[in-house]
Design a protein around this ligand. Structure first.
Ligand code: HMG
Ligand code: MG
Length: 302
C-alpha cells in the first residue's frame, strides 16, 4: 500500500453532471455552481463541453457559462473538445485545459462521438497539437475502461491500446473512466495497470460512475495503487446521454469524507461543498445523491 497523503479532485458536476439533465438548467445556475465549488476549495472544475448542440443540448450555453465565471487564480477550468470545431470555439473562452474524449470500446466510440477509435485519434491529433502550441494543457478521457453498455466487459489490453494512442498524439494525462459504473476493485485496478504501461501514476486520474454503488470501493482500490487524481460530481450528478441507465459520478462529498477520514488532504471544505450540493439539488428540484450530504444535513437539522 502506498496511499497518497494528498488528493486532487476535479469536480465534473457542471459538465458530466448537468449534460444529462432533461430539464433546461439556466447558464446563471451553472455559473453559480462553479462559484460555489471554487469557494468550497475545488482547484479543478470541468465546466462545460464544446460538442454538437444537437447531440447534447444542455451544453449549448458553453460560451455563456465560461464567460460568466469569475475566475480565481490557482484554479484550473477545463472543457471538453471532441474535434477542431469544438477546440476553436473553446479556445476563445480561454480554458486552462481541454479534454479530448475517446473510448476503449469501438461501439461506444461510435455512439458517443460518431466515429471509430482510430478516427477519433485522427480528429484529436490536431486539437492536441493546437492546444499544446497555445500553452493549454491537454487531458484525455478514456471511456468504458472496464465495461461498455454495448460490448460488455472490456479487456485491459484495449485500455492499454487506447492509452498508447493518446500518448502518441501528445495527450498529457488521462482519465480512466468507468462510464457505466460496473467496475469492481480488481477490474478497475487492471484498467489502471494497463494505463500505467503508457502514463505515470501522476498522470492518471480515476473517473468512476456509481451506477452499481462500487465507486467508493474503486476509489480506494485506486488510492492503494498510488493514484491521487480523481473526478467526481458534487451531489452525485451526472451520466452520459450515450450510456443509457448509467447514473452519476461518485459524489464529491462522499469522496471527500472518505479521504479526510483516512487522513488524506484535499483542501476542500466539506461543509461548503455540502452547501454547493444543496444549491444545485434545489435548482434541479430533487434530493442530493450524496449519502454524506444527506447524513450531514440530517445532523445539522437535528
Ligand atoms: P458528427 O455528426 O460526426 O460531426 O458529430 P460532423 O463533423 O459530421 O458535424 C455534424 C454537425 O455537427 C455539423 O452541423 C457540425 O457543424 C456540428 P450541421 O451542419 O449538421 O448543422 N459540429 C459541432 N457543433 C458544435 N461543436 C462541435 C461540433 N462538431 C461538429 N464541436 C460530434 C461528432 C463529436 C460533434 C458529436 O458526435 C457530438 O457532439 N457528440 C457528443 C458527445 C458528448 O458530448 N458526449 C458526452 C460527453 S463524454 C462523457 O460523458 C464521458 C466522460 O464523462 C468519461 C466517462 O464517464 O466515460 C468524459
Ligand atoms: Mg463520465
Amino acid at each position: 500500500m502506498k496511499l497518497p497523503s494528498r488528493v486532487q479532485l476535479i469536480d465534473v458536476g457542471p459538465r458530466d453532471g448537468l449534460q444529462n439533465e432533461k430539464q433546461p438548467v439556466p447558464a446563471a445556475v451553472k455559473v453559480e455552481l462553479v462559484h460555489r465549488l471554487q469557494a468550497a476549495g475545488l482547484k479543478e472544475i470541468e465546466v462545460t463541453s464544446y460538442v454538437s448542440p444537437k447531440w447534447v443540448p444542455q451544453m449549448a450555453d458553453n460560451h455563456e457559462v465560461m464567460d460568466g465565471i469569475r475566475r480565481q487564480s490557482g484554479i484550473r477550468y477545463s472543457v471538453l473538445t471532441p474535434n477542431l470545431k469544438g477546440y476553436e470555439a473553446a479556445v476563445a473562452d480561454k480554458p486552462d485545459e481541454i479534454v479530448v474524449f475517446g473510448a476503449a470500446s469501438e461501439a461506444f466510440s461510435q455512439k458517443n462521438i460518431n466515429c471509430s477509435i482510430a478516427e477519433s485519434i485522427e480528429r484529436f491529433a490536431p486539437v492536441v497539437e493546437a492546444a499544446r502550441a497555445a500553452g493549454i494543457a491537454v487531458r484525455g478521457a478514456m471511456s468504458c475502461t472496464v465495461g461498455c453498455p454495448y460490448e460488455g466487459e472490456i479487456a485491459p489490453e484495449r485500455v492499454a491500446y487506447l492509452a498508447g494512442l493518446m500518448k502518441g498524439i501528445g495527450v498529457q494525462r488521462v482519465d480512466v473512466a468507468d462510464t457505466i459504473g460496473v467496475g469492481t476493485p480488481r477490474k478497475v485496478q487492471a484498467a489502471l495497470e494497463a494505463t500505467l504501461t503508457h502514463y505515470g501514476i501522476d498522470q492518471i486520474s480515476g473517473h468512476f460512475h456509481d451506477t452499481y454503488g462500487q465507486a467508493l470501493s474503486n476509489t480506494l482500490a485506486a488510492l492503494e495503487m498510488g493514484v491521487w487524481n480523481f473526478q467526481s460530481s458534487v451531489s452525485g450528478l451526472g451520466g452520459c446521454p450515450y450510456a443509457k441507465g448509467a447514473t452519476g459520478n461518485v459524489a464529491t462529498e462522499d469522496v471527500v469524507y472518505l479521504l479526510h477520514g483516512m487522513g488524506i488532504a484535499t483542501g476542500i471544505d466539506l461543509d461548503a461543498l455540502v452547501d454547493a450540493g444543496v444549491y444545485i439539488s434545489e435548482q434541479l428540484g430533487r434530493p442530493t445523491g450524496s449519502r454524506v450530504a444527506r447524513a450531514l444535513l440530517a445532523k445539522r437539522a437535528g
